[in-house]
Ligand binder design. Structure first.
Ligand code: FES
Length: 126
């Protein structure tokens, strides 16, 4: 279930439902997004592996990366970049925790080239 917060941010579930080193998949506006928690916080990337559609939310999480459970492609969760290759990057999204909820910014969708550049949306309640 998802609920629109302010036109940009969408509530996609409880933060407690994404334990450390695990991923969960949500679907918002027809987009399948995998949300992960690492020691750095939460990360959101496209859920379908660009190789053959593997379920990245079920991948092994370590060192800030997720490994696809089907054939082992590895992705940096901070940037969406595929490790060891220039192609096959994931779309990444800005995600934050507020009052125990996960809020996703679909307008922030970007790849490695735009990582860290979340065009002017700001964070909810900031
Ligand atoms: S489907 Fe992910 S590595 Fe093949």
């Amino acid at each position: 279930m998802s609920a629109l917060i302010d036109g940009t941010w969408v509530a996609v579930g409880r933060a407690a439902d994404v334990p450390l080193w695990e991923g969960r998949r949500v679907t918002v506006d027809g987009r399948r997004v995998a949300i992960f928690r690492t020691e750095e916080g939460v990360h959101a990337v496209s859920a379908d592996c660009p190789h053959a559609g593997g379920p990245l939310q079920d991948g092994l999480v370590a060192d800030g990366c997720v490994t696809c459970p089907l054939h082992g492609w590895r992705f940096d969760l901070r940037s969406g970049a595929r490790i060891g290759a220039d192609d096959g990057a994931l779309t990444r999204y800005e995600v934050v925790e507020r009052d125990g909820e996960l809020l996703l910014n679909l307008e922030s969708a970007g790849g490695p080239a735009s990582a860290g550049h979340m065009a002017g949306s700001g964070t909810p309640g900031a």
